[in-house]
Structures are given as structure tokens and as C-alpha cells.
Ligand binder design. Structure first.
Ligand code: 8YV
Length: 326
């Protein structure tokens, strides 16, 4: 029997070509998002689907697509996929960890530095023709080296950011995570576990790398922002929804924190108007993993997972362990 897969995202032609060596492939050839009814229609008779972090794979879709056996994502975060619903229906889910860790950590660090040193704000000022003279306090920001780096969510990417801060910039590192790292993991990072309130109170630069789930929804809201130092910065490379964007926009407008660097937003690609209006914020369109080499690796890993699962082999990077797979 022919195995059929749907590539729901416009993606590298070589990834589609690799899949086509194994399957009959229908691919999204245009940079457009398919609606869920469109996705369901195209998934009829398909055993596998290639997605990114955006296509919602929920119980309604799964019930309407009974042939589906594998959902393989090129993203590491899988909050767009109802994993228990997949598991209950014997559908294997895979994600793309590891291949993007260092690239995403680079970006998180860059966004934090751009925020602390007011790079976007000063660039806009220069482009607008406002630069007339040197001044001692012109865009004076906050030091990064030696400042206390706070990390909320200390998985692979959090640890890669901690390494950069501790080893490259001499930053004391504090972190909060549901579970504390083993002492032998903490030691080379010089990282110290603190409770969430202490993380908020002590960090000079706080960076969010926690996965999105109902438990992390609005983990940073008005009450949490109120605990932060007025000189502190907040960087979010996790997911929109971890931060209450309306509360953050208000805190930025009132200068209750010094600035924010945001790569992810609630309801993206829409961005809260208060964030668009703020000057003390650096805004980027969800590009933390976006280097050409890394995006290729992420997409290829999703393809290799489809090939493994639908070929009856073990998935390379499984998210769940359904009883019926392969
Ligand atoms: C992706 C990400 O670019 O991997 C993730 O979880 O957030 C990004 O690396 C995005 O999810 C792709 O849709």
C-alpha cells in the first residue's frame, strides 16, 4: 500500500524531495497557512503530516483524519499539538530538539544584549535623523557583563544561555525551574536555583525559556513584573502566552522595568499595540531558531522522523509513546 504524507508548511524543496523518496507527498508549495478544514481535507488518506509550531493538531482534526499515524514537527515546542489526544489514537508525535539549541541560545543572548544596550531604540533614533550631538547619557543602557542573569526554564536552551552568560560574560546565573538541576550540571554553569519570586527580584536580565503549557500561561504578569528591578530587562524567546503582553506593555510604558526583548507574542503574528508603541522594547518576528543551517536541520529531522515512524522504525525524537505506531 502506498504511504502518503502531507507537508503542511512551505519548506525546503530538498526536504520535500527526501520525503518523496519514501512516500507519495502532497506539499504546501506556497507561503500560506492552511485553515483547519483545509488541513483536514488534505489529510484524507494520509498517514503522516509534517508540521511546524503553528498548525493546530487537536482531537477534532485527529477524529476527522483516521488514517493519520505520525505528526512530525520541525519545532521543539509542541504546544500546538494535543499530545494526549494523539497518544489515545495511536498517533506518534515527534519534535525537533537539540538541533536548534545553540542557535536559539545565540539569539536569546543577542536579544537580551540588544535590549540592555538599547540597540533598536538608538538605531531608530539615528535613522529618523535625530542624532545631532554626542551626549554623556545618550542611550546609556545597562551592563550585561557581570550582571545577574536570571533564567526561567532551565532546559537545554536555558543551559546554553547560562553557559554564554557565565563563561563569556562573567555573569552570576540564577534560575528557576520546576525541578532543580543535578549539582554536576549546575556547577560548570555556576548556576543557582532560586524560587520564582527571588528570580524576579534578583535578576538584572531575565530571560524566559520555559515551554508553554496551561501551567506557564501568564507566568509573567503584572504581579511578577512588579517584583522586578526598575533597571531590569525581560527577554522572551519561549512562547507568547507565557507573558501577559498587556501587563508588560503597561509596565514598559510606566518604566517599571527598563526594557524588553520579545521574539514571541500572544496571538502572533498580531502584536499588542502597546508593545508596538513602546520605545524601550526590541521586537522580532519569532526568529530565534532562524539561521539557514539550523532551519534546514530542523526540517530534515522532522522528515527523518516521518521516514522512521512510517517505515516501522523507532522515532528519532519522540514526544509520546503511543501503543499503536509504525
Ligand atoms: C520555530 C520554535 O521556528 O522550535 C520551536 O519551538 O519556536 C521555533 O524554533 C517555530 O516553532 C516554527 O513554527
Amino acid at each position: 500500500m502506498t504511504t502518503r504524507v502531507l507537508v503542511a508548511r512551505h519548506v525546503y524543496p530538498e526536504v520535500v524531495a527526501r520525503l518523496a523518496e519514501h512516500f507519495e507527498v502532497e506539499a504546501n508549495e506556497a507561503p500560506v497557512d492552511w485553515s483547519q478544514p483545509e488541513l483536514i481535507r488534505r489529510l484524507q488518506g494520509k498517514q503522516g503530516v509534517f508540521v511546524a509550531g503553528t498548525e493546530p493538531i487537536d482531537a477534532t482534526l485527529l477524529d476527522a483524519c483516521p488514517d493519520l499515524r505520525a505528526v512530525c514537527s520541525m519545532a521543539v515546542g509542541y504546544n500546538n499539538i494535543d499530545v494526549p489526544a494523539c497518544t489515545a489514537r495511536g498517533v506518534q508525535v515527534t519534535n525537533a530538539p537539540d538541533v536548534l539549541t545553540e542557535t536559539t541560545a545565540d539569539f536569546g543572548f543577542a536579544l537580551m544584549m540588544a535590549t540592555a544596550r538599547r540597540i533598536a531604540e538608538s538605531e531608530h533614533y539615528l535613522r529618523a535623523g535625530h542624532w545631532q550631538r554626542w551626549a554623556y547619557d545618550l542611550f546609556a543602557g545597562a551592563d550585561v557583563h557581570g550582571a545577574t542573569l536570571g533564567i526561567f526554564g532551565m532546559g537545554r536552551i536555558g543551559q546554553a544561555i547560562a553557559r554564554r552568560g557565565a563563561l563569556g560574560f562573567g555573569m552570576p546565573v540564577i534560575y528557576h525551574n520546576r525541578s532543580r538541576l543535578a549539582p554536576e550540571v549546575e556547577a560548570p554553569l555556576g548556576a543557582r536555583w532560586v524560587d520564582k519570586a527571588d528570580l524576579l527580584r534578583q535578576a538584572d536580565h531575565l530571560i524566559l525559556v520555559v515551554p508553554y503549557s496551561p501551567a506557564s500561561h501568564h507566568a509573567i504578569g503584572a504581579a511578577e513584573l512588579a517584583l522586578m528591578k526598575p533597571t531590569a530587562t525581560l527577554t522572551n524567546i519561549a512562547r507568547g502566552g507565557v507573558v501577559d503582553d498587556a501587563a508588560l506593555a503597561q509596565a514598559l510604558a510606566e518604566r517599571r522595568i527598563a526594557g524588553a526583548g520579545l521574539d514571541v507574542f500572544e496571538g502572533e503574528p498580531q502584536v499588542h499595540p502597546g508593545l508596538l508603541a513602546a520605545t524601550n522594547v526590541v521586537l522580532t518576528p519569532h526568529i530565534a531558531s532562524a539561521t539557514a543551517a539550523t532551519r534546514r536541520r530542523m526540517a530534515m529531522l522532522a522528515a527523518d522522523n516521518l521516514i522512521a515512524v512510517l517505515g516501522g522504525a523507532a522515532p528519532l525524537t519522540p514526544v509520546n509513546a503511543p501503543s499503536r505506531s509504525g
